[in-house]
Write a protein of this length. Structure first.
Length: 82
């Protein structure tokens, strides 16, 4: 993300548009040490799914990664609201 667009919701809107277009099972992978990236994805995935996602840390190619798994077909369904 270009610095001038950070914090404006552009990344969140773009990702939501992708999930809306390509519904199904999703996996997002972020380096565990990428604190800004983790905060972004936690907020975006958590907001889209209303907290209905799985987050796990695992090695991938010898690097500690944080994985987010969720079903894009469930995004926005009222029964997922808390």
């Amino acid at each position: 993300m270009l610095k001038k667009f950070k914090g404006l919701g552009v990344g969140r809107q773009a990702f939501k548009a992708l999930v809306d277009q390509f519904q199904g099972k999703w996996q997002v992978r972020v380096l565990k040490e990428n604190e800004q990236g983790l905060a972004f994805w936690e907020a975006v995935v958590g907001g889209l799914t209303r907290g209905n996602f799985i987050r796990r840390v695992a090695l991938d190619e010898e690097l500690p990664m944080c994985f987010f798994w969720f079903d894009g077909g469930d995004v926005g369904r009222p029964e997922l609201e808390k």
